[in-house]
Design a protein around this ligand. Structure first.
Ligand code: CO
Length: 309
């Protein structure tokens, strides 16, 4: 079962932390391990996001240094939000560089997000619900086997953030492998190359789904199948976790099935960790799935072309 590994201060072996988190465990930090001014937290707690049509989280994109879904904010509040999320993103990155150094060399800093909504009773369509167990997969950003590492912070002054987790990836496959078809191996024949050239061209036009590897296709199907399977949601083994005000936690959310049942006001920063930076790549969802299916699920040529953008 999943363990919560509490880290009070730096100093233990980073390899051990990588090992724990790659085994599907949760790294837990009782206090925010970097400076976070009280006034910035107070500003975030005042945000209601009522003007936003889709009630989406506010996202910060580090490569563009821009926030999205900020329609409800005036100019000066928008600038303040952007500064706070940039600080958070920078602080999480330098902190994790210190405790998970094997990842820092090759990681891609993905989005940070501010989640101002109460998760309990949130009215979302099934595939978008956070309170159903799932593993994360990105429809518009194909990963080609790179891992989704997420660092969360509960900034709510009173309320715990309540999570439930179930099986890690290998256990999930036992339940779902018969129900979801695994895509066929990547082909490096001339025909395969021609198809890849076509996909790449469509990808350039902005159709992200054409740049998905067979692995990405499977992970999206798994995400949907889990949320849509009422029997699994009801009967699977569950662990409950309370993350108190002011605490942080990190987890590979593409591996450990998770759901947020209750809680409001959280921050999160995502990192994409390539296979080559992992301490135990053989435990990654990609390797576990390739072993179980005997298929070759990452298109190395498409990956190379995609990264040359
Ligand atoms: Co998730």
């Amino acid at each position: 079962m999943t363990k919560k590994v509490t880290i009070e201060k730096k100093g233990d072996s980073p390899i051990e932390y990588c090992d724990e988190i790659e085994n599907g465990n949760i790294l837990f930090f009782p206090k925010i391990p970097f400076p976070f001014p009280e006034e910035d937290i107070a500003f975030l707690l005042e945000q209601k996001q009522t003007g936003s049509k889709n009630r989406k989280n506010i996202a910060y994109k580090p490569d563009k240094e821009r926030i999205t879904n900020h329609e409800a904010l005036g100019k000066s509040d928008r600038e303040k939000m952007q500064r706070i999320l940039k600080n958070y993103s920078d602080n999480v990155s330098s902190f994790l560089e210190g405790i998970l150094p094997p990842y820092a060399q090759g990681w891609k800093k993905d989005y940070a997000s501010f989640r101002p909504f109460q998760e309990k009773g949130r009215n979302l369509r099934t595939r978008a619900r956070n309170d159903l167990l799932h593993v994360d997969a990105f429809p518009t950003r194909p990963l080609h086997g790179a891992r989704i590492l997420r660092f969360f912070t509960n900034i709510n002054p009173k309320e715990n953030r309540h999570w439930v987790t179930s099986d890690s990836f290998a256990g999930l496959l036992e339940s779902f492998l018969g129900k979801i078809e695994v895509p066929k191996s990547v082909s490096y024949s001339n025909w395969g190359r021609l198809c890849r050239w076509g996909k790449r061209s469509l990808g350039k036009l902005g159709v992200a789904s054409f740049l998905r590897s067979p692995y990405d296709v499977f992970m999206l199907k798994l995400h949907h199948a889990m949320k849509e399977d009422g029997g699994f949601q009801e009967n699977c083994p569950k662990d409950h976790w309370d993350f108190p005000p002011g605490s942080c936690w990190a987890v590979f959310t593409d591996q450990l099935s998770h759901a947020a049942l209750q809680g409001q006001y959280a921050l999160e920063q995502t990192f994409l960790i390539p296979q080559t930076s992992l301490v135990c790549p053989e435990k990654s969802p990609l390797c576990v799935l390739e072993r179980a299916s005997c298929e070759n699920l990452v298109d190395l040529e498409l990956l190379e072309q995609s990264s040359q953008k």
